[in-house]
Write a protein of this length. Structure first.
Length: 121
């Protein structure tokens, strides 16, 4: 299993229950079968999605659109991953054969979050 680092406590979106959750929805999300899911955490190896209500199972390969917003621009990357775990509306996936441009965008997102975190302290 892999770990995720650098959760952003500032970035949040509304969850289905209407409460405020710690997500990166404004910065990153995935789109599977025309449904959008906010990314709770992401790194070069994989990601965690909250409020997942689909029917994926562990070890299943999934193809989806990864949406990443950096500054004013939003990019969409067609990506594939393998499901690691699904439990209590949380989906954990590991990237497979990730495109170089998508990897660079994820690295830029992580760097951007680190800079914003450093400015707040």
């Amino acid at each position: 299993m892999f770990g995720f680092r650098g959760r952003s406590s500032e970035a949040s979106s509304r969850t289905e229950s209407g409460r405020q959750g710690r997500t990166l929805f404004r910065e990153a999300a995935i789109k599977i079968d025309s449904k959008m899911y906010p990314i709770l955490d992401i790194n070069e190896q994989g990601f965690v999605v909250e409020n997942y209500d689909g029917d994926l199972v562990p070890k299943q390969r999934v193809y989806f659109d990864l949406l990443i917003q950096l500054g004013e621009r939003e990019e969409v990357y067609r990506t594939e991953a393998v499901v690691v775990r699904v439990s209590e509306k949380i989906l954990v996936c590991r990237f497979e054969d990730q495109r170089k441009d998508a990897a660079r965008a994820i690295q830029a997102l992580i760097a951007s979050r680190a800079q914003h975190g450093a400015k707040r302290k």
